[in-house]
Design a protein around this ligand. Structure first.
Ligand SMILES: [Zn+2]
Length: 477
């Protein structure tokens, strides 16, 4: 990498290792968060499971795993994927989630501070540190949500709420150009304000039991605290984990090659894709004889009262939509304060992201008579919108089904039923949107405006496209 200075390298290595360690923690979260509170017995002590208790151990023989064998990626390799005591195979998911998280962390750092995927990322680390921390938390939460959704068909609502809280908190920092922002006095600013007030009103009305709750049986409350904890099931383990591990390392090697062969911008995107792929290779494969998850989905989606229940959700959406339109029509002049611009930008993304999925959930359910989308998909997309902003969340929205379709084709070739929920695809699309979101919007905007000649900014180039050379005046091919 010519021109890459030593501190940048050092920082990149640090971010990769940090990502691997966070991936190690995510493995714990993925496995334990849905089952939190379940009584477990370990070393003759029975207590509710927490994220930190009991210490990491073999799920089969309870043999504790020493800290030095808990090192990300390497620990699994040192153990050769087997428990030291009982020889039971350890899921290849552990090292692959760690590797994948490390690669995505690395790609975000190099993508923003070396390859300049976002021109607002600031020449200085200081200006970009706030969005970088936000993005790292964002990505980590999305990865955890994806794996939990793939395993248990639930998204604990704490995950999207955490993302929203961090996004909203980030608006107090000044000089951050990467975060979503809208002009407060514009129609978008007013829509965001009205919609947010409507959303708060709806929640108060539900709390006061003036508005009915939909799907009020406990099973349908996705990730609700009233929901009984899931049983503690170890992650799916294939009989032969070496092909999975080998695939993960080939993918990582591909990312490394990209830095030698491609332009920095492309290489950063390839690294991000490699991270996503390594993560999915770790999380998605299921052993053939595994208990069939499809039963769970069928139970959830085959509610005979689906149409009746979903109408209650229309009532919930009326105040946000109504107040948003009302606010847009009232000639109020919101002050042009920088923090207010960021706050309204984050809220607009939140409303657009959540609103899109929720409307589709309602329309889909009314049409097919079964629950069309998980109840937690709307909060998840709202959280994504809060981080990437209103225009980019639409890119994620259209990218997600494409990714899901690719996986459906893979499963079709393997002759397996496609029972994967939608959450992982929304999440992976959202991670990719951090890089390609703005370029796609600019590209699309350029397509829409035919005249005058499109003003291509050299900083917004579609990946793989050659950098436009400054052409001599009046030269047309
Ligand atoms: Zn064991």
């Amino acid at each position: 990498m010519p021109g890459m200075e030593f501190p940048l390298w050092l920082m990149a290595a640090f971010l990769f290792l940090l990502g691997c360690c966070v991936g190690s923690f995510l493995n714990v979260v993925i496995w334990r968060l849905p089952a939190r509170g379940t009584p477990v017995t370990f070393n003759n002590k029975t207590a509710p499971l927490t994220l930190s208790w009991p210490p990491s151990h073999c799920p089969l023989c309870q043999h504790a795993i020493a800290w030095y064998r808990n090192i990300p990626v390497l620990g699994w390799l040192m153990l050769r994927g087997k428990c030291r005591a009982c020889q039971a195979p350890i899921s290849a998911r552990y090292p692959l989630v760690e590797l994948g998280t490390g690669l995505i962390y690395l790609s975000l750092y190099l993508g923003f501070f070396y390859a300049h995927w976002n021109p607002g990322a600031a020449a200085s680390i200081l200006g970009g540190a706030v969005p970088m921390v936000l993005y790292l938390i964002f990505v980590s939460c999305l990865l955890a949500a994806s794996a939990i959704d793939a395993d248990f068909f639930i998204i604990p609502l704490g995950i999207p709420y955490l993302i929203m809280a961090v996004a909203l908190a980030s608006c107090i920092f000044s000089a951050v150009k990467m975060l979503p922002s809208v002009t407060p006095a514009s129609v978008w600013g007013k829509l965001a304000l009205g919609g947010t007030l409507g959303l708060l009103l709806s929640n108060v009305l539900v709390y006061l039991k003036i508005l009915p709750r939909s799907f009020s049986t406990p099973q349908e409350h996705n990730g609700d605290s009233a929901y009984a904890p899931m049983p503690l099931i170890p992650p799916p383990t294939l009989k032969k984990s070496w092909p999975q591990i080998a695939a993960g390392f080939v993918i990582a090697l591909g990312a490394l090659l990209a830095w030698i062969l491609c332009a920095a911008k492309v290489a950063a995107l390839v690294t991000m894709l490699a991270g996503i792929l390594a993560f999915l290779v770790g999380v998605l494969p299921r052993p053939i004889e595994a208990p069939d998850d499809s039963q769970l989905v069928l139970e959830e989606s085959a509610d005979i009262n689906a149409r009746k229940e979903i109408r209650k959700e229309i009532l919930f959406l009326l105040p946000p939509f109504g107040l948003a339109i009302l606010a847009a029509c009232i000639p109020i002049a919101l002050p042009a304060l920088p923090w207010l611009a960021r706050l309204l930008g984050i809220l607009l993304g939140l409303l657009v992201g959540g609103g899109m999925i929720w409307v589709i959930r309602i329309l889909g359910t009314l049409v097919i008579g079964r629950v069309a989308m998980g109840a937690a998909d709307a909060p998840l997309m709202a959280a994504i919108g809060a981080v990437v902003g209103a225009p980019a969340v639409i890119v994620a929205f259209f990218l997600a089904p494409i990714l899901g379709l690719i996986w459906a084709v893979v499963l079709k070739f393997q002759g397996k039923p496609n029972v994967l929920p939608y959450g992982p695809w929304l999440s992976m699309a959202a991670i990719l949107t951090l890089f390609i979101g703005n370029p796609v919007i600019h590209w699309y905007a350029n397509q829409l405006s035919p005249a005058p000649p499109p003003k291509r900014q050299s900083t917004m180039i579609w990946p793989g496209e050659p950098v436009p050379q400054p052409a001599p005046a009046n030269s047309k091919p």
